[in-house]
Each structure stands twice: as structure tokens, then as C-alpha cells.
Design a protein around this ligand. Structure first.
Ligand SMILES: Nc1ncnc2c1ncn2[C@@H]1O[C@H](COP(=O)(O)OP(=O)(O)OP(=O)(O)O)[C@@H](O)[C@H]1O
Ligand SMILES: [Mg+2]
Length: 538
């Protein structure tokens, strides 16, 4: 294999190797095995082919040495031609096997992506509304994309890489030692010079790329939030397009700088490795030539050793980072399983009933309800917070009982935040009651199928767009230079000051995607406060 390719490969491996040294449970490994089971035949074929390819790869340099020996010894032309034909045959076989193996690994890898992706999508879709009010869509989508792909890497790249590299390495070493143990030892002396910078540079590159990825994510969040119809309207009415552009440009510039830096780091690395491998090759030629002149080694053996050496470094450097690479692939698996393991708080019964036909009565019977705590409904990594709140919400509904007959028009009247929308949400089972029963046509909604509830209920919700930022940031959008006093003044006029003062983080409370963690009225009043801030004269 070409030295440059070797260098790229080791760099690639080191870059993908995130330093995660968590131990992994048997349970995780067993679950991975379960996902791999449908692909076991292809996996076995793939591993078998990998071993055969490794053998072929070692055979060619040995045969090349034989050719040189045959020339030096003045053997018959037929011998040389015969050897050349065998080498050609092996090259063809290697190409064919390579094609087959690529197909197998792609088929296994992509098949695994398909299995994991559909499983995660299906599961997430069944999560209750509470889950979506807390998780960041971007984080969830990335779980579906990046981690699923990271997990399949464990199979198609890492697993096969480890097996075939190990076989290649052992075979190559054995053959080299068989030819000349002195030269083999000498060639290995330079190895640390090759492997250590590879890992150092890889770590640096990985850090740069992670930073670039974070900026990319921030840019796409900015774009998706600002480029939605309500977001764009907001920017036009209150926002500062120039500020938005400047913020975006600053991130984009940083990505450019990182790109330039990464390219240079890569090039320095490649140059260093090319030099090191050339030195190792020179050592083989020097010592090999010396021994050959003294009659202790055949000329062909020197050629074989030189060719084998170029095939030794690739598996060695790959294996050097294999452990961490396997670990990071396993992390991806765990992150996928973490989502699959979330049990939906609201689930359909095994044999659900249907709502009776015709107009039905709505009935609440001694209903008590508090919004569930974060740790019950979501994942810290999806909320993009370090740890989840374990505090449950305060009880919102205290022993609510009422009955609305078919055809009756009923209005719920109460102060904002009293729990009117919450009552409405209990009907379609966006949440379940803590105590008491909600009935639709005399049936407990928990016994009904989701489909039948959907067919029976119609619901219009309050809305008001807020960016997924702090209350302060949402207000300042209207007037970035507003003082703290002005903020509290508009909050007071919007009757929001008491609520925001009572929040643990006050003005810095993150309102959640589209503000869905405030009551509808609170949300609307926040948009009113924003308006008041933009128009101080009102
Ligand atoms: N997803 C949620 N998670 C946690 N608490 C919530 C959530 N949604 C609402 N709350 C809280 O529950 C209480 C009741 O909210 P609800 O939306 O039912 O009020 P409401 O009566 O509809 O008020 P409004 O008239 O303002 O719409 C409020 O104190 C609110 O802050
Ligand atoms: Mg409401």
C-alpha cells in the first residue's frame, strides 16, 4: 500500500477515535448482537474474505522477492514468467475480493443504519407531548442521523478493520521475521515515531472538527429559527437584520479559519509521516543490502522485506487507535439505545376500546394533575442540559370535576395559568391524570385507542412564537439596548413580573422551543411585553 494512503488512513482512524474510556455493560453488547443477528451470514462471509485478502496481500511481496532471486540466480525464463502470472492472478483475486467485501460491508452497514433509524423514529413518534416540549429538535434529529451512523461504523469499519488488520499484521510480521529478524526489529524501532504523531495530530484535528461542528449546528439553528415564517416576520418587525447577519458571519468566519488550520495540520502530518516511512525503507535497503553483500541474505529477500514493510505500517497504526475507536462506536450505540429505552409516559392499552358513536359527553371526575418532572419524560442529552430537573411541577389541577353534555357550550373561565389549557390537554391524553378520571362518552380515556380519540376530538391551541432562548433574549430582540428596569417595567405591564420573578432562573429562563414551556396566556403576554418594549410610548 502507498505510504500516503497509509498516512491518511492512520490519520482518519486517530481522528475518529474520541477518548472515551467508559466501561460498557454486557447488556449493551448483547443488544448490539441482537441488532447484528439478521446480518450474521454476511458478517461471517465478510470476515472470511478479509482473512483471505490479508493472505493474498502478504503473498505478493514474497513472490516479488522470488522473481528477483530467479533473475539473480539466472533461472529459466519460464520460472520468472510463471511467478509473474501468479502475481497477476493474485492481483485480480485481490481486486475481486475487495469488490465483494466492499459490497458486503456497505450492505451490512447501511442495513444496520436502516434498522436503527426506523426503530428510533418509530419509538420517538410514540413519545408523549411532554417529551417534545423539552427536547431540542436539532438534538433529536442528530441522534437519528449522526449517532446511528456512528453506531454502524462499529460494524462495517471497526470490527472488520480490527480483524483484517490483525491478520495482516501477524502474517506480515511472521513472514518478515522468517526472512530476517534483525531487519524486522530495526524497522519496528521507527514505529513509535510514526504512531505517536498520528495520534497527537488526530486529537488536535478532532478538536478542531468538533468546534467546527458546534458552529455548524449553531448556524443551522439560527437559520431554521429565523427562516421559519413566524421567525422571519419577527426579525422583520423587531429584529436587527444587521446584527443577525454579523452574528452569522462571525461563526462562518470561524469555520473558515478552522478549515484552513485543519488543512495545514493534515499536510504537516502527511509530510512528517512520508519522511518517517521513507527513513524506515532506507534502513531496510541499507541493512538488507549490507547483509546481502556479505552473502547472509538473498537479494530477493531485501525486495520482499521492503515491500512487506510498506504493508506493515497501515495495520499497526490502525490497530493503535482501534480500542478508542471501538469505544466511540459503542458510545453511539448507547446514545441510540438511550432513546429507545425511554418508556412513553402515555401509552395505549393492549386492547383499546373506541369512543361510542355520535355526540359524547365530556366528564372530569376528581382529577388531580401536575406536569411531570423532566427526568420522567426526557433525556438530558436531548435537552442540551447537564442534568435533568427531578422536581415535579406544582399541582395544577386540584380535584377538578365537571360534566359537559353533548351539544352544550361550555366555557372554562379562570386566571391565566389556572389550568384551562391543561384540562384541554388531558382529554386527548397529551398527558394522563395523576388521580381521578377523564371520560369521553362514559369511557375512561385511558381505555380508548388514540385513533378513536383523534376522530372524536377537535382542538385549537393558543399560539405565539418565541425563539428557543431566554426570556431576556426574546424580549431584547425588540430593543437590544433596553435596560433591566425597562424589561421589568414591560413585564409588569404585561402582568408577567410576578411569574418571572418566581422562576428559579428569572429572566434567564429558557422558554423552550417556540415558548412551549409557558402557558398560552403567559406566552401571549410575553409577546405583548415584547411589543411594549419595542414601543415605549404605548
Ligand atoms: N408543559 C408544561 N410543563 C410544566 N408546566 C407547565 C406546562 N404547561 C403549563 N405549565 C404550567 O401549568 C400551569 C397551568 O397552565 P395552563 O396552560 O393550563 O394555564 P391556562 O389556564 O390555560 O392559562 P392561560 O389562560 O394563560 O392559557 C401554569 O402555571 C403553567 O406555567
Ligand atoms: Mg391556556
Amino acid at each position: 500500500m502507498d505510504m500516503e494512503v497509509t498516512a491518511w488512513m492512520s490519520l482518519h482512524h486517530a481522528m475518529n477515535a474520541e477518548d472515551d474510556r467508559r466501561p460498557f455493560s454486557k447488556v449493551t453488547l448483547r443488544r448490539i448482537a441482537r441488532f447484528a443477528r439478521p446480518h450474521r451470514r454476511r458478517l461471517a462471509a465478510f470476515l472470511g474474505f478479509s482473512v483471505v485478502m490479508a493472505v493474498v496481500a502478504v503473498a505478493t511481496p514474497v513472490l516479488a522477492g522470488r522473481v528477483v532471486d530467479a533473475i539473480v540466480d539466472g533461472k529459466a525464463t519460464a520460472t520468472v514468467v510463471g511467478l509473474a502470472v501468479v502475481i497477476a492472478g493474485l492481483a485480480l483475486a485481490e481486486g475481486g475480493l475487495g469488490l465483494a467485501n466492499r459490497w458486503l460491508s456497505a450492505r451490512i452497514g447501511e442495513g444496520l443504519i436502516l434498522d436503527l433509524r426506523t426503530a428510533v423514529f418509530d419509538h420517538v413518534q410514540r413519545m408523549p407531548v411532554a417529551f417534545f416540549t423539552r427536547t431540542r429538535t436539532g438534538a433529536l434529529v442528530s441522534r437519528l442521523n449522526n449517532d446511528v451512523i456512528g453506531a454502524q461504523r462499529a460494524f462495517s469499519d471497526t470490527l472488520s478493520g480490527v480483524v483484517s488488520n490483525l491478520v495482516t499484521l501477524l502474517l506480515t510480521l511472521a513472514v518478515m521475521i522468517g526472512i530476517s529478524w534483525q531487519i524486522t526489529l530495526l524497522a519496528l524501532v521507527l514505529l513509535p515515531v510514526f504512531v505517536l504523531p498520528a495520534r497527537r495530530m488526530g486529537t488536535r484535528l478532532a478538536r478542531l472538527q468538533r468546534e467546527a461542528a458546534a458552529h455548524d449546528a449553531a448556524m443551522s439553528t439560527q437559520m431554521t429559527e429565523r427562516f421559519s415564517a413566524p421567525g422571519a416576520t419577527l426579525v422583520k418587525l423587531f429584529g436587527r437584520p444587521d446584527r443577525e447577519s454579523a452574528e452569522f458571519a462571525a461563526r462562518a468566519r470561524r469555520v473558515r479559519d478552522i478549515g484552513v488550520r485543519a488543512a495545514m495540520v493534515q499536510h504537516v502530518f502527511i509530510t512528517a509521516l512520508t519522511v518517517v516511512s521513507a527513513l524506515a525503507l532506507a534502513l531496510v535497503y541499507g541493512l538488507g543490502g549490507f547483509l546481502s553483500l556479505r552473502g547472509q541474505l538473498d537479494a530477493g529477500a531485501v525486495v520482499s522485506l521492503a515491500l512487506l514493510l510498506t504493508r506493515l505500517y497501515a495495520p499497526l497504526t490502525a490497530l493503535a487507535s482501534a480500542r478508542v475507536e471501538v469505544m466511540s462506536a459503542l458510545v453511539s450505540f448507547e446514545r441510540v439505545f438511550e432513546v429507545l429505552d425511554l418508556t412513553p409516559l402515555v401509552a395505549e392499552r393492549p386492547a383499546p376500546r373506541t369512543v361510542p358513536d355520535g355526540p359524547v359527553a365530556v366528564e372530569f371526575e376528581h382529577v388531580r394533575f401536575a406536569y411531570p418532572s423532566a427526568d420522567k419524560v426526557s433525556l438530558a442529552s436531548l435537552e442540551e442540559v447537564a442534568g435533568l430537573d427531578t422536581r415535579g411541577g406544582e399541582e395544577v389541577l386540584h380535584d377538578v370535576s365537571f360534566r359537559a353534555e353533548p351539544g352544550q357550550m361550555v366555557a372554562l373561565v379562570g386566571s391565566s395559568g389556572a389550568g384551562k389549557s391543561t384540562i384541554a390537554q388531558l382529554l386527548p391524553r397529551l398527558y394522563d391524570t395523576d388521580e381521578g378520571t377523564v371520560r369521553l362518552g362514559g369511557e375512561d380515556v385511558r381505555d380508548l385507542s388514540f385513533a378513536s380519540i383523534r376522530e372524536t376530538l377537535g382542538m385549537v391551541t393558543q399560539d405565539g412564537h418565541l425563539f428557543h432562548e431566554s426570556i431576556r433574549a426574546n424580549l431584547l430582540l425588540a430593543r437590544p439596548e433596553a435596560t433591566e428596569d425597562e424589561l421589568w417595567d414591560v413585564l409588569r405591564r404585561a402582568r408577567l413580573d410576578a411569574l418571572i420573578r418566581s422562576l428559579p432562573d428569572g429572566l434567564d429562563t429558557i422558554v423552550g422551543e417556540r415558548g412551549y414551556r409557558l402557558s398560552g396566556g403567559e406566552r401571549q403576554r410575553l409577546t405583548i411585553a415584547r411589543l411594549l418594549l419595542a414601543r415605549p410610548a404605548w
